[in-house]
Structure formats: C-alpha cells, structure tokens
Design a protein around this ligand. Structure first.
Ligand SMILES: [Zn+2]
Length: 186
C-alpha cells in the first residue's frame, strides 16, 4: 500500500522507449540512460502525467516538499510540471519513465512544452550508456529565500553549483550564499 516507500527500492518502468532505459544512477537511485548514441536535437520521450489545475498542483507540491523536509532522502513526488498559467502536470504516474530523469547543472537534454504536452529533447550528442539529464528549472522561493538549500545537487558535473536551481537563478543564489557567509562571519 505504501507507494512512497515502495519507490525507494524498485521502479515500475514500462521500458518501452527506443532511445532510453531506466536504470540505477550514481546521482540519485534511478536514472534514465541512453540505449545507443543519440544525436543532438532528438526528441527522446514524453514526460507523461495527469493534468491538474494550479490549486491541485500547488497542493501536491506542498505535500512533497513537506515530506522532503521531514525526510531529506525522500524525493518522491517532485514531479509537478508547470505547463502554463492554468495547468500543471503531475508526473507521479506509473507510465511516466520521465520522472526517473535526474537533474543536472550541465544537462544533455531540455524540456519542450508544446500544447500542454511535455517532451524531453537532447541538446548535445549523447553516447550510449550516458545518463540523460535536464535542469529541473526550480525557481527561488520568494517566501523562503534560502529554501533552495533543501535541494542539494549531486550531479557531479564540473559546472555544479551545489543546488537544484534553474540556471537563470544562479547569479542570485550565489549572492545569497555570499551574503549568508559574510553574516556568519560577523
Ligand atoms: Zn549540480
């Protein structure tokens, strides 16, 4: 019955993607890996889920972050995607192998949202066996500006900034961290 605990140990992959497969990851438990060399600009899979309105989306997100705060190892459910101003996509469904893709500060894929559907496209040439990643695009939480520290990044890339955040937020994040450090010294 406890789906959340279950997820820690196994995945329910459909394993029906020509370009990629789900497997164990050095970044975080499961990951998605290239079955073969994949050219740049290839649409590799759809991130599927249930369309929910913003209110439901925010509620699910709230629960998820609460769970994560209580148990930092529990990332189950950070699968809400913002489609537009009205709709979110809840990717926490069995058919969605896209939920196993890890975040990276130096990703090889990006997300393309077209008419409410979420696609994963390669932005680099990917070699067979390489892990598929994209930037989760998390934004700073204006109500709790240091909230990003609850989501450390372990992508291991040379460009890693230490936290899961959209690249547009990096300059501000670095300012915040510098400010915090100088006030700690004082
Ligand atoms: Zn990183």
């Amino acid at each position: 019955m406890n789906k959340t605990n279950d997820k820690k140990h196994k995945h329910d992959s459909k394993d029906n993607h020509p370009y990629v497969k789900v497997g164990g990851s050095g970044i975080h438990r499961h990951g998605v890996f290239a079955r073969a060399d994949i050219p740049k600009g290839t649409r590799i899979m759809e991130y599927v889920g249930i369309k929910v309105d913003k209110e439901a989306g925010d509620m699910i997100l709230g629960h998820t972050f609460e769970k994560h705060t209580n148990d930092p190892e529990n990332h189950a459910g950070t699968y809400i995607f913002e489609i537009d101003d009205t709709w979110d996509l809840d990717g926490d469904v069995p058919d969605n192998d896209g939920k196993y893709i890890n975040h990276s500060c130096d990703p090889n894929c990006e997300v393309d949202i077209i008419d409410g559907r979420v696609w994963i496209d390669t932005i680099k040439e990917i070699k067979k066996g390489e892990e598929i990643t994209y930037n989760y695009g998390f934004e700073l939480n204006e109500k709790d500006i240091y909230d990003f520290k609850k989501h450390p990044c372990r992508c291991g890339s040379e460009k890693c900034v230490g936290y899961i955040l959209d690249e547009d937020e990096w300059p501000r994040m670095k300012e915040l961290l510098a400010k915090e450090q100088s006030s700690n010294k004082a």
